[in-house]
Design a protein around this ligand. Sequence first.
Ligand code: FAD
Length: 395
Amino acid sequence: MNTQFDAIIIGAGPAGTATAIALARQGRSVAIIERSEFPRRKVCGEFTSATNVDLLDRLGVGAQFRNQAGPEVRRVALFASGHPVEAPMPKGQGATFGRALGRDILDELLLDAAIAAGVSVFQPWRATGLVRGKERSVVAIESGAAKGQLDAPVIVAAHGSWEPGKLSTNLAKINRPHDFLGFKAHFLGGRLASDLMPLIAFPGGYGGMVWADHDRLSLSFCMRRDALALARQASPNISAAEATYNHILRSCPGVAEALHGAELAGPWLAAGPIRPGIRAAYDNDVFRVGNIAGESHPIIAEGIAMALQSGWILAAQLERHEHWGISARTAAGKSYGAAWRNQFEMRIQLAAILSSVAASSSGAKLMQAVIGRFPASLSFGAALSGKTKRVPALG
Ligand SMILES: Cc1cc2nc3c(=O)[nH]c(=O)nc-3n(C[C@H](O)[C@H](O)[C@H](O)COP(=O)(O)OP(=O)(O)OC[C@H]3O[C@@H](n4cnc5c(N)ncnc54)[C@H](O)[C@@H]3O)c2cc1C
């Protein structure tokens, strides 16, 4: 088994696989480490905005995405305390619209494309340690009782931000009343219009709904920990996800109507707390992509876009250096950090503001009143959140 690579990527979500595919296409030897077996479902709304369709083409999965994803999302909506409010979704490049594809499918398509590009996949293996050296760093990996080591000059953390772990790049555990927990389920048979993606606002949280592949309706939401404790008092003896779901049905008539007669398909999933914010894109000689580099509140449904694009942008910065010695890595880290902020900073800030309004006790009513009066603000907000922003270095 080869253990020496040019780049080692930890995590095969969209950030890790996008980075791996792009670096392998540059002729680099790349390893990706993924602790879960695929396919696996994930807490995620599963919507991918239109600006990423060209990028998915470049990553080699565009055709499969078009074949399998749910219908084009041509309208956005607000489902809050009153009548639903709707507005057009702004178009992406090439007049396309975003669509939703289950993460059980998308992540596996991307990993298959990485394998086709020559990436060595270690799955199910977990990265458990990272020892940095001036020329090369060593990543310790484990799978059951088996242990191993891989080494490379370039290390990329793409392991997401919600799970604790032993790596120096894992975030410390938190447990605060205002943390948001994430939940998700698929339904079959709902009444939501096929081209509509509502933003859901309810006391204590926010969420979204969209048609994905195989007639699956994807419902995902985030709920503040303190509000969840109250909701669980109202619905004792059921899971946190179901208690929040009941709370949403009571608070949002649009959701109750859209899911009338729908059947749960598969178990509820839970994750978190989520960790919105901007972190270092390159620190301690480790590059970070996707959620671990920075994360927006999922109220704007841009996490997959940010994951794919950050991997692509990092690979473009690394490509400028033939040899990946420490000075090249430092320079690539600096230019990657600047490009990252330019591409994503504004949407993260917008999402923070929107989520704090939506989840406040009177936020859903306030949004209902303001957006009800100015529905175009929904389209404007979608554009501001990055849904029409060009992906750099796409050629
Ligand atoms: C409720 C909710 C709804 C959302 N809805 C949307 C939406 O509609 N659209 C959208 O674009 N975004 C959405 N998001 C955000 C999106 O899910 C994330 O931003 C995205 O998954 C981040 O991708 P990533 O590749 O950085 O990390 P992840 O997708 O989390 O992938 C990380 C991978 O690393 C692996 N891993 C972790 N630790 C290790 C280790 N030590 N060793 C090996 N492997 C490891 C994990 O198993 C995982 O496969 C939503 C989020 C939430 C909470």
